[in-house]
Design a binder for this molecule. Sequence first.
Ligand code: GDP
Ligand code: IMO
Ligand code: MG
Length: 428
Amino acid sequence: MAVDVILGLQWGDEGKGKIVDYLATKYDIVARFQGGPNAGHTLKFDGKKFVLHTIPSGIFRKELLNFIGNGVVIDPITLKKEIQNLEDAEVDYKDRLFVARKAHLILPTHRYLDAASEAAKGKAKIGSTLKGIGPTYMDKTGRNGLRVGDITLPDFMVKYNALKAKHLELLKIYPSIDFDLAAEEKKWHECLESLRSLQHVDGEYFINQAIKDGKKVLAEGAQGSMLDIDFGTYPFVTSSNTISAGVCNGLGIAPKNIGEVIGITKAYCTRVGSGPFPTELEGDLEEYLRQEGGEFGATTGRPRRCGWIDLPQLKYTIMLNGVTQLVVTKIDILNNFEHIEAATHYQYDGKEQDQLPFDMNTTQIMPVYKKYKGWQKSLEAVTDYGELPIEAKAYIQSLEEYLEVPITMVSTGPERKKLILRDVNEMA
Ligand code: GDP
Ligand code: IMO
Ligand code: MG
């Protein structure tokens, strides 16, 4: 059985949590393969709202198993809070949540280093979520990290103290910042018990056995492809491979097991944190999108930067991921616009171009826009693709023509049920 993938094609927050939660019932296992508590995936159903950071978005579907793969980095403090939220909501998770022993741990000193490094960068900061992501992946590739499996070994505290001592040495290169290490460490060690109580598995055997047994797996991406460590807007990226290639090493599966790659884009575009954003708007238009779209970070609460959809950018990430189907979310946020715009090309180095330049930070990119007529109606009652206003259909069909991938789902609201599934026959 193939592993299908859902991932974000922009700079994160495309609505992955909502779509995974919706589609999860078609699967046996939902698996996270990268990222960590920098992610904030929002789910809304039955009048309730949940934000997940580390736990996969299939956790509210009773029959499903949920798996945190080796590519994920785990902060026991955040994980404990998420588990507490599940317990408060009486979600029965104990038999359904599995953690790979090879997943790396975020230590309090990783967060300390993240904060000190960002503070030292001043205006050039990445705008990290300050969750310790960068320093943890650095220790992973530097071969110094601690993994979930280590917490059950007798020399765990020795390893912990050695890594902490190394971090304290490293911190000396940065100007000092406020960080109550003693308090954070106390909390961390207390919360470790909660991680200890979960089911630890040798993830690569767990997932490959499931595939062999004919189980259907959905891999849930975090962040977005433009934040990928290799192909994103470096250095303003996260520290993991967010693209579909990351599924293989983040779970321990072979490329031949990848099936559908479902790419999600908002009907417009947002970014939180620093770095290039060619179609970013300013003034009233940006503020309108931010307020109407509730564009404030699910993890940090920071206001998100907002702009028009960027088709060269999407073509690039569709290519990198091998996207087979597209989902367009938050189309309802465009309801009141007289006109909508989409960047179809870039103008730089004196000519019109379709490709992204090597350095998006210094290249002066002028997006070339196409204008669309808005529909200026609520989509509240629309449940069927055919019922969408003609202008909304024209916008969706035009995106599809530019991107050359079928748009199979259109999301019209944050709630689980607000999703229009598009019949392939309507796509001609
Ligand atoms: P994720 O990180 O990709 O899971 O996305 P976030 O949860 O960070 O941000 C997406 C936000 O948009 C959340 O507040 C969702 O509840 C909300 N959302 C998702 N799809 C839709 C939609 O189609 N319409 C509207 N209005 N909100 C949506
Ligand atoms: P989800 O899964 C949006 C951004 C941060 C920063 C950069 C690096 O909810 O889509 P990091 O803390 O990873 O070192 O920060 O990446 N970022 C996200 N932006 N959504 C996310 O996750 C993000 N995770 C990280 O804002 O610019
Ligand atoms: Mg998010």
